[in-house]
Each structure stands twice: as structure tokens, then as C-alpha cells.
Design a protein around this ligand. Structure first.
Ligand SMILES: Nc1ncnc2c1ncn2[C@@H]1O[C@H](COP(=O)(O)OP(=O)(O)OP(=O)(O)O)[C@@H](O)[C@H]1O
Length: 305
């Protein structure tokens, strides 16, 4: 069963001449953990705001948990949980007061739905009297997640929940999402971190208001069209410039320790010639190896289409 159906959604901000969303189509299954992956400005927040009834689209339609985002907006507000990207809690209220406040506005109590948030709340309970504004980034995210869950939503929207959160807290956060998924909650989560894409069942890659691809992370990676190679030498900056000047090279991008390249006509012979060319260009410790594409490679490849 489809829990979210987005059809031909467009949204522009005319004064700023920005097309934030350009003909977006997405379907999310009931109970799915679905990721919106894209850099700043891709349109992720705008789409979330439309689906949580906080913003009207210019055109197109969207159904969330069986309700139309325009006609049935009141029903949707009761059924969804939304954790906005920017910290949304009351900084001057304590942890416990924030949670009680969100429970009250949804006409429920912490006790009523405690089983759903228990695992998450236990991490922050020792600080329940601390002002939310004085919590660490990771703890703020956990409190915001508890507040978004306290009315037991059918669909949970999480806008960049791990941005600015340390690696350990990020991992903990994703473990929590997996447990929530087991409760049958549909989760749609946005992130600019490409590595987090692998933790979702399906992802939509977004760029400049458009969807580049929607599929499982495995399928997206296996659809990368060319053999991919990682290459490094002792002079990585010079290497980048040299690789860009070699006509046999189809694409080159810098990826941390290595540069990733594809070749116009990949073969063992071409690789040997490349090695030779780089040696002639005075590169030393040349290391070239075939690698499997990551989501970031796929994103860059799709962007350049
Ligand atoms: N209220 C607004 N008025 C004008 N422009 C807006 C408004 N909201 C968003 N935009 C613009 O729409 C585009 C998409 O923004 P959006 O916030 O949806 O992207 P995002 O993928 O969530 O990235 P970010 O992490 O930067 O928020 C951006 O160019 C942004 O500047």
C-alpha cells in the first residue's frame, strides 16, 4: 500500500526567481524507510513542508496516509510527525517540559505513548530537567525525535536529522530509525550525507528541484554505467589537473584520498597507457585500482547527464 503519493508537484518562489521543486513524482510504501538525498538547496525542505501541509504547491497533488495535503490538511496534521531541520524545540523549556508540551497539543500524554519513545527517551532522561537549549547536538536531535513521535504518527518526516551531529550520534540515530520502522511507521528522511543513503530501503536523489533517480541504493549503484577506477599519486593536486588534460579520460572527480575516474574506452591496455602517461608527467607512487561505485559517484554521474 502506498502511504505517500506525490504527483507532478511544482513550487517556485517568484520574487527570488527560484524553482524550488520542478515536477516531483514519488511514491513511498507503508512502513518504508525512504531517503531524500541531495545537497543544500535541492528542494528537500520545500517538499517536506508541502507534504506536512505547511506550504502550498503551485501545481500537482500529494496524498499522505490516504489524505490530500490541501483538502484534508487537518487530518494530515494529526497523522504525521515532523522534525524540521532547524532545531524546533523551546530552548528555555526543559527536556521534560518540551515533551509534555508536544504531547498536550496533540491531546495525549507522555505516558500514553511512552512505549514508542522509551528507547530514545532513555538516552536523554538523565537530563530531563536541563533546558533544551543547553543540550548537545545529538541530544537535541533525540529530544526533537521524541517530540515528533509523542502522538504516535503514521508517517514521520525527518528533515536532515543528523546534520551537525557527531558520527557516533548519527549511527545511534539511524539505529533508532530502524527500530521505529519495525513499529510500522512510514519514515521519510532527508540528508545531504551520501553515506546515509545506504541505510534507507529506497532513495530519491534530488538536485536543483528535480529527482535524478529513485530506487534502492543497491540498484542505483549497480546502474553506474562505466567501470570506475580510483587513482592516487604523491601529488594529488597536480594529478587532478593532469587527469583533466588527458583526452582518454571521460570523467574525473576528487574523492578524499583518491580521485575517481572513468575512461572513454576502458581496457587493460588503456590503464597501462594511463600509468605510462602519468609516469612521464613525473608522478610517483602511482596507484590505480578498480572500485565499486558509491552513491556519491552515482549522484555526480547523474548530475552531469
Ligand atoms: N521561503 C522561501 N523563499 C524563497 N526561497 C526559498 C524559500 N524556501 C526555500 N527557498 C529556496 O528554494 C530552494 C530549495 O530550498 P530547500 O530549503 O527546499 O532545499 P533543501 O534541499 O532543503 O536544502 P537546505 O538544506 O539548504 O534547506 C533553495 O534555492 C532555497 O533558497
Amino acid at each position: 500500500m502506498k502511504d505517500i503519493i506525490v504527483e507532478n508537484i511544482c513550487k517556485s518562489f517568484p520574487k527570488e526567481h527560484i524553482q524550488a521543486l520542478d515536477d516531483i513524482n514519488i511514491e513511498v510504501e507503508k512502513g518504508e524507510l525512504f531517503g531524500l538525498i541531495g545537497p543544500d538547496g535541492a528542494g528537500k525542505t520545500t517538499l517536506f513542508r508541502i507534504l506536512t501541509t505547511l506550504l502550498l504547491a503551485d501545481s500537482g497533488s500529494a496524498i499522505v496516509n490516504g489524505s490530500d495535503v490541501v483538502k484534508d490538511y487537518k487530518a494530515i496534521r494529526r497523522k504525521v510527525g515532523y522534525m524540521p531541520g532547524k532545531f524546533s524545540l523551546y530552548q528555555d523549556l526543559s527536556v521534560e517540559e518540551n515533551l509534555s508540551f508536544f504531547a498536550t497539543i496533540f491531546n495525549t500524554s507522555i505516558k500514553e505513548n511512552y512505549d514508542l519513545i522509551k528507547d530514545i527517551y532513555e538516552h536523554i532522561e538523565p537530563f530531563k530537567n536541563r533546558r533544551a537549549g543547553a543540550l548537545s547536538g545529538g541530544m537535541k536531535q533525540k529530544l526533537a525525535l521524541c517530540c515528533a513521535l509523542i502522538h504516535r504518527p503514521e508517517v514521520l518526516f525527518l528533515d536532515e536529522p543528523t546534520t551537525g551531529v557527531d558520527t557516533v550520534s548519527r549511527k545511534e540515530f539511524w539505529d533508532m530509525l530502524k527500530r521505529l520502522k519495525m513499529e510500522g511507521i512510514t519514515i521519510i528522511v532527508s540528508t545531504p550525507y551520501m553515506d546515509e543513503a545506504n541505510l534507507c530501503e529506497r532513495i530519491a536523489l534530488m538536485q536543483k528541484g528535480k529527482i535524478l533517480s529513485v530506487n534502492t541504493p543497491t540498484h542505483i549503484k549497480s546502474s553506474f554505467p562505466d567501470p570506475l577506477f580510483a587513482i592516487k599519486t604523491e601529488h594529488m593536486i597536480k594529478l587532478l589537473a593532469d587527469l583533466r588534460a588527458i583526452p582518454e579520460i571521460k570523467s574525473v572527480h576528487s574523492f578524499g584520498e583518491y580521485h575517481h575516474i572513468t575512461l572513454n574506452e576502458p581496457s587493460e591496455n588503456e590503464l597501462q597507457l594511463l600509468h605510462q602517461t602519468l609516469a612521464n608527467d613525473k608522478h610517483e607512487a602511482i596507484d590505480i585500482k578498480k572500485i565499486e561505485p558509491e552513491i556519491e559517484d552515482c549522484f555526480i554521474q547523474l548530475m552531469s547527464n
